[in-house]
Ligand binder design. Sequence first.
Ligand code: NAD
Ligand code: SST
Length: 497
Amino acid sequence: MATGSNLSFVLNKPDDVEFKEKPVPTLKSQREVLVAVNYTGICGSDVHYWVHGSIGHFIVKEPMVLGHESAGTVVEVGSEVKTLKVGDRVALEPGYPCRHCANCLGGHYNLCPEMAFAATPPYDGTLTGYWNAPADFCYKLPDNVSLQEGALIEPLAVGVHVVRQAQVSPGQSVVVMGAGPVGLLCAAVARAFGATKVVQVDIIQGKLDFALGFGATHAYLSKRVSPEENARNIIELADLGAGADVVIDASGAEPSIQACVHTVRVGGSYVQAGMGKDNITFPIAALCIKEVTARGSFRYGSGDYKLAIELVAAGKIDVKKLVDGVVPFSQAEDAFKKVKEGKVIKILIAGPNEKDVVSTFAEEKTEKVEEPKAVEPIVAAQVGEAPKTEEPKAEEPKVEELKVEELNIEEPKAEEAKTEEVKAEELKAEEVKAEEVKTEQVKAEEPKAEEVKTEEVKTEEVKAEEPKVEEAKVEEPRVEEPKPEEKSTHGHGGGCC
Ligand SMILES: NC(=O)c1ccc[n+]([C@@H]2O[C@H](COP(=O)([O-])OP(=O)(O)OC[C@H]3O[C@@H](n4cnc5c(N)ncnc54)[C@H](O)[C@@H]3O)[C@@H](O)[C@H]2O)c1
Ligand SMILES: OC[C@H](O)C(O)[C@@H](O)CO
């Protein structure tokens, strides 16, 4: 039985969040499991709801728990569940379709009109202590995939779905517009599918620097020139001949979408994943004359989560590289601010029952290969960073195993866990000033509403209304870094899923 906290991070209305202790959910059917949420990533859509209170026709009318990129540990199983047991570590697929409509029965449950998707009004999200879900939407993580990686399976599954929609095959060239988390993951999946040239395009050089160490073979800084000229530049840069076999828009920006159609080769494929303005000027003649196959891509469907997990388990995609930091649950609001400011690629929030966040992050960090970062890591300032001198030890037990014990679920390998505990204590004492962190946690448990309503947030709201796509129409070479407010969440500016 679940005995921990069910503290939840609740959005009341735009710029108004609070921590609320909610009742622990109970299984609604014997095919469900109850999961203690260990880690949750922040998606641009979460930030968009926090800032604007709506995305398209999804409007936050009642307080809603945020978050949908999560992994957790099974604490209870319904009597009809055969595939999971208490103690299993799982990635949570956060949208539950009706299973009966034509789309569900036709194998496209992501298009179910009755979809109940976490943190999409009116449905609560996963930034909570416990989450109940149908067992078949909880994917057991292999031993070599950590719970922190598990939280990144959701955005990776978005990338898998996009690349599947594009039907990328070995030897192909792929251009991905946008180097936010979705674009980066699309590029990485395209490489894993055998694409030999993967060109990442963005308007921020730092993001491209990161992309080159992640999935991209080439990077192009989009200029303030016509979409046709940007397309010619991309083709020339990567020696794409008559154009790219596949183009993917993961920016939602109008000039980028236009450049997609000019970059793709005759008979190539174009997939729209980014969601910006509802209506744009689109080069329809080029699409028609080139006989381009155009597809949309929405969330993920059959087999996408499974494949995403396999790609991580097989070492094909190192999702840990995307993580700039892990913060305790009490610092959720601050984490949202960092994402909004474009200061991080991904930040993970530990569940309220997660006790050892600092050492968990330290452990994960030591396994990371240092790559150029698009942004300043914030974790050192927030939770303390582990010394990077230590070599990663592959045989070391995963820190997540400790969490199982903390949640009274299942005994981890006792010997290994003990060693880790001792190590974690040392790290805390020497490197992370545990007392300071504790004090911060206590403070953060009482969120101050007035702090949220900063001028910065208000300004952001106003600016977000002005689509940045206009900028690319100015006929000038673009060299300067865009302002912070043009970054991360702006891609969601015109709407999302
Ligand atoms: N289809 C889906 O199921 C799905 C799921 C999740 C997110 N999304 C959408 O995908 C998009 C990307 O998501 P994200 O989380 O990576 O967002 P993000 O905002 O972090 O990334 C968007 C990137 O596009 C870049 N960009 C902006 N204008 C550009 C231009 N003219 N040319 C090239 N790059 C440009 C930005 O600098 C940014 O790096 C968003 O529009 C989001 O709403 C779609
Ligand atoms: O990753 C999937 C998307 O972020 C979701 O559709 C989100 O927008 C909530 O509806």
